[in-house]
Every structure is written in structure tokens, then in C-alpha cells.
Write a protein that binds this ligand. Structure first.
Ligand code: TYM
Length: 349
């Protein structure tokens, strides 16, 4: 049966890209699916080992999930390090995956930079832990931004190799589920996960440069809207957002070659739950001086109640910790079942 899994790293402030590319989709999916949402604190160690406020960062992601509307009673919200199966399955996947697969990851190349020999081994193995996150629950659907696409393809490769390397043992243990692998019908244990990337803003771009992804780590704070920005700051950042001098185009096709205009239309559509076409039909031909304040108002209307609720939740860390603990206990029940199966399949005593 379908299961949604996704994760967010507790590193730095959440920005609008995290919200529109991921969290807002989580909120919509919880109406129709069983969902597990994880604060991936083990992943936070891959780029930087020592964090001065990892606990608060972790709590603030959980607070953002809940403040955005995720119901932690109906669904599972927890932090990765509290369920030992993530690290355990990741080890097994480290032995399934090939070094060449990891070396090809663009995120690894970007994050490791020129000094690759000096990157942590964890940064290289990052996608293997990510595959373990999802497959520990045999997750079938993963809502993420466009930047995670390559990692999810790798998770499918890992599932596929595990299923085929262990196919006889999976069948012998009676643990297989019939699934399609390309044209072929096979008996696999791990599902081939599907990414959920579509929507009007799968890749929110920097407000200063429409060719660069909006990110927590951009040195310019003007490049992003933080979830915790106040309304004046949000209005100022949209006012200062880079645009070309032409008005908004009359058709979607007119956005081609205009990355900044394209980005603002996508952000508007995602915040309003409308299509880009719809936004262009209403605002095509208008000047940005007219469009930007409407966009800023819309962003404030959506984000302000969330950041107010986040502040309220963060005032009671013990309450957040209790939610995470409860989520981890429920996640662990599923995780232990999977690990029992996996150990049987591999042949551990
Ligand atoms: P992270 O913490 O970098 O980002 C969390 C989510 O936000 C999305 N995102 C964006 N979407 C659109 N436009 C942007 N500018 C933008 N910036 C960030 C990301 O795509 C992501 O969905 N590897 C993951 C965390 C992870 C995970 C998982 C996700 C670990 N295990 C298992 C799914 C399933 C990451 O670093 O996300």
C-alpha cells in the first residue's frame, strides 16, 4: 500500500524553497496517504560535524512541520537518530551501492568542492542513508524539490540491486511482493520509490539570480525568504528581487529565457495553489512594480501564521520533544519489522 516518506535536514533556517518544494506538499498529501516525515539529523553531520544548536534546529524543523499543518497524531513526525534502523540499513546499502554511483552525484560534487579527498565519508555515502530512510518503511512516494531527483533515482537503483541480488532468498523467505521492474515482473522486497516533484515551484530560485537555487546557505539573505522573516522583511525582499525591465508576459511561453520572471510566477502560483497559467492569465501585461506587492502580501498571508505558530511551539521544547519521541516509537515498530526481514534475507543469525 502507498506510503509517503520525506525528510528535511536540521541545518540553518528553512527558506521558501523548502516550504514550497517540500513541506507544503507534505501537508496536502497527508489528506490522502499515510505519511512519515523525518528530521534527518544524521544527514546534518555529513557537511559539518559539530553543530552548536542541533537540538534547537531539530525542534524547529519539527515545529515547522506542525505549524504548517501536519498532524503528528495521524501521521509520524520524528528525528532520524532516534530510530536505529536508519543507520543499520544504511550500512547494508553501503555494501549494495557502488562507489561509482556515489561519485556521480552532483550534490556530492557541489558540496565536496575541489578538495574531495577531504570531504567526509558520510557526505559521499549520503544518498545511501537517504535510500535507507525511505526503504526502512518501504516508502513508495517521496515528495521533494527538484534538487533531490538524482538521489531518488539512486534509491531506486539500490532497491533494484538488493531485490535482484537477493531474489532467491527473498522468494525462499516468502517475503517478496510482486512488482514490475521495467517490462519484467519480479518478486522484490523493496519498492521502487516514486518521486513527487511536480507542482508550480519544484525548484524555487534565488531572488537575486534566477539561475541559482534558493538556498539556506546563500551568503546573501536578500536571495531568499526565510520562514521566520517578518512581513516587512518579506515585502522588502520581494521589492528588491531582481527582474528584467519588461512587464509580465501575456502567455506562459513568454516566460522562456526570463528566469526571474518565471521564478516569481512559480512562487505566486505555489503560494496561491493555482497554476502558472492561471497567474499569467490574471497578471500578464502588468508591471513588476504592480505584481511584486501582491506577491509579497500573498507570501505574508501564508507564512505569517506559520511562523507565529512555530514561535509558539518553540517556546515549549519539552512538548516538541514529546511529539518526536512518540513519532520515533511508532516509526521504530515499522523499522524493526523491516530490519527483521532484511536480516533474514541476508542470512544474519
Ligand atoms: P533539504 O533539507 O536540503 O531540503 C528539504 C526539502 O526542501 C527542498 N528544497 C527545495 N525545493 C524547491 N526549491 C528549492 N530552492 C529548494 N531547496 C530545498 C528539497 O528538495 C527537499 O525536499 N536529502 C534531503 C533530505 C532527506 C530526504 C530523505 C528527503 C534525507 N533523507 C528521504 C526525502 C526522503 C535534503 O537534503 O533536503
Amino acid at each position: 500500500s502507498p506510503l509517503v516518506f520525506s525528510g528535511v535536514q536540521p541545518t540553518g533556517n528553512l527558506q521558501l524553497g523548502n516550504y514550497l518544494g517540500a513541506i507544503r506538499k507534505f501537508v496536502a498529501l497527508q489528506e490522502s496517504h499515510d505519511c512519515i516525515f523525518c528530521v534527518v539529523d544524521l544527514h546534518a553531520l555529513t557537511a559539518q560535524l559539530v553543530h552548536k544548536d542541533l537540538k534547537d534546529q531539530t525542534r524547529s524543523i519539527a515545529a515547522a512541520f506542525i505549524a504548517s499543518g501536519i498532524d503528528p497524531k495521524k501521521h509520524i513526525v520524528f528525528n532520524q537518530s532516534a530510530v536505529p534502523g536508519h543507520a543499520e540499513l544504511a550500512w547494508i546499502f553501503n555494501c549494495v551501492a557502488r562507489i561509482g554511483w556515489m561519485n556521480r552525484m552532483t550534490q556530492f560534487k557541489d558540496k565536496a568542492g575541489k578538495d574531495r579527498e577531504n570531504a567526509s565519508l558520510g557526505l559521499l555515502a549520503y544518498p545511501s542513508l537517504m535510500a535507507a530512510d525511505i526503504l526502512l518503511y518501504r516508502g513508495t512516494h517521496v515528495p521533494v524539490g527538484d534538487d533531490q531527483k538524482q538521489h531518488l533515482e539512486l534509491a531506486r537503483d539500490i532497491a533494484q540491486k538488493f531485490n535482484s541480488d537477493f531474489s532467491e532468498r527473498i522468494a525462499a523467505a516468502g517475503l517478496g511482493v510482486e512488482m514490475m521492474m521495467g517490462e519484467e515482473k519480479v518478486n522484490g522486497y523493496f519498492p521502487l520509490t516514486e518521486p513527487l516533484i511536480e507542482g508550480p515551484a519544484p525548484r524555487v530560485m534565488s531572488l537575486r539570480d534566477g539561475t541559482k537555487k534558493m538556498s539556506k546557505s546563500d551568503p546573501s539573505d536578500l536571495s531568499r525568504i526565510n520562514m521566520t522573516d517578518d512581513s516587512d522583511t518579506i515585502a522588502r525582499k520581494f521589492r528588491k528581487a531582481k527582474t528584467d525591465p519588461a512587464p509580465l508576459p501575456e502567455t506562459i511561453e513568454g516566460l522562456a529565457g526570463r528566469p526571474e520572471a518565471d521564478n516569481l510566477v512559480g512562487i505566486f502560483a505555489a503560494l496561491a495553489d493555482r497554476t502558472r497559467q492561471d497567474v499569467i492569465s490574471e497578471y500578464g501585461g502588468r508591471q513588476f512594480s504592480e505584481f511584486k506587492p501582491v506577491l509579497a502580501d500573498l507570501a505574508v498571508t501564508v507564512l505569517e501564521p506559520i511562523s507565529a505558530e512555530m514561535r509558539r511551539l518553540m517556546a515549549d521544547p519539552a512538548h516538541i520533544d514529546a511529539i518526536l519521541r512518540d513519532g520515533a516509537a511508532r516509526a521504530n515498530v515499522i523499522a524493526e519489522r523491516t530490519m527483521t526481514d532484511v536480516k533474514e534475507i541476508i542470512g544474519f543469525v
